[in-house]
Design a protein around this ligand. Sequence first.
Ligand code: AYL
Length: 545
Amino acid sequence: PRPSAGVLPHIPDDLTIPQFQLDPQFIDQWRPKPLGDGPWLIDDASGRKVSVPQLRERTQALANALSTHYSIGEGDVVLLFSRNHVDYPVAMWATHRLGGIVSPANPDFNASELEYQLSATNAKLLIVHPEAVQAALTAAKARGLAQDRVLVFDVDHVKPPVPSLVNVNSLIQKGSRMRNVPERILKPGEGKTKLALLSFSSGTTGRPKAVAIPHYAVIANTLQLSSHSRLLDDSTKWEDRRFRPGDVSIGVLPLYHIYGLVVNLHFMLYAGISVVIVPKFNFEGMLKSIVRYKITHLFIVPPQAVLLCKHPAMASYTGKLNSVRVIMTGAAPLTDELNTMLFALFPDAHIGQGYGMTETCTVVTMWPIDMKRGVSGSAGELIPGARIRILKPDGSLGTYNEVGELLVQAPSNALAYHGNAQATKETFLDGGWVRTGDEVRMAPDGMLWIVDRLKEIMKVRGFQVAPSELEGSLLDHPDVSDACVVGVPDEFSGEVPLAFVVLSADAAARLKKASASASAALEDIRASIIKGKQASKPRWSKYRS
Ligand code: AYL
């Protein structure tokens, strides 16, 4: 660490996430005093605010109902299949209060993708967004889960397609009239192994796997970020603070992904910063909300930076976005060009990158907080508590300026791939080191540069895409006998998949015939053009199929 780096405080290993995040005896002990009665979670569309004490009450009430009516308890997995929602954290923390584990899923999954996650986690209950009900019911049925194990978040003006399903709000009402169920208390040290989350990641290869994340990991990363950003250091002047109680961030990142969940929810609330909860990212909607809520903090992925730099709607927002003081991108590389454009667009803001992965329960490096801007192109410096090794291709350890695979040891590291000993052995090494599959170089000034991705995974709009999963889908098609998927660069998405396929003999024969007809059609058209006549429609349509 540089001499000016933050000091890591004690990381409690006997607290659950909701105790740490919601209970005044813990949160008030460490975090800076909030301003007024904030921070809040704010529903983007309605502007409805929920304070931390209200979150605590709703969490307790839902825990009462989940325990009494659904018998959720020690070790049970609750799968959240939803867009962002103000009750998303309530559902998560209620499960934690009961000793349960939360597995967050991408709300755009189809029924078979969800079924895979349900089966990998052996989930007992699904809490879903009304738009995701159909897929949830199909997947639940395939897994033999009864329909009444699907609960629905309440969304104004959106009626769930199956009215008989129970909604979360009514359960909270019921639970608030019940006697409080006892909460799960951890023994000293137990936080390091007691699972809180099963988040999905492919790691270095193959299909997504359930990453076993204990309570301690989320608390650790929150405190690491706090110390990196000098949140707990009273000597940092107010004007120099990047994160101040009373600030407002916008939650356009999905909460089912670790970046949104840890950085934009747990770290923000801990820092006393409110979060505007946005169910679905929409660029012009985000601009309107930045103005409406005077947003100070933007946590985004590079494609959203592309929009900020290049979207035509930005023309009508000149001078209107100056409430924004901090912009952090992460989850995929940010090009030098975009970095420079962002600096020009927000000349007064602190702008930089963070780097990390689901397996390290989020942030490993971040731009140096005492610098106004990160070094363009660099992922920043290690945050307190994180240690790295650089493994050179010959198997020896590298030093500054040498390129090799990054290994990370951090208090926030996950424990394993749940139920997958083989994959665990390859990624979670002895001594608590996680293999990242990223090729990096550390400059002598402590800045980390991500040089390349050694692993098979591609990053499409910041999301992991496993080529092997797409190859598997292609191989399911009767006309395909082999397939290979690679990533190709794309200005907006970072990367997009490109598939090469070998057709089955039968399909190849059909294609040959079709292309012979297509060439004949083209010949006809060319001939007719040469003759100065337009190709007649009926003749063309004969070949089109
Ligand atoms: P997962 N630059 C280049 N590649 C990156 C960066 C970055 N700044 N951040 C993440 N990646 C890639 O689990 C890298 O290949 O991320 C890494 O192994 O979906 C992979 O993404 C991890 O993919 C932040 C903001 C961490 C975001 C994140 C993303 C964590 C989840 C820290 O400050």
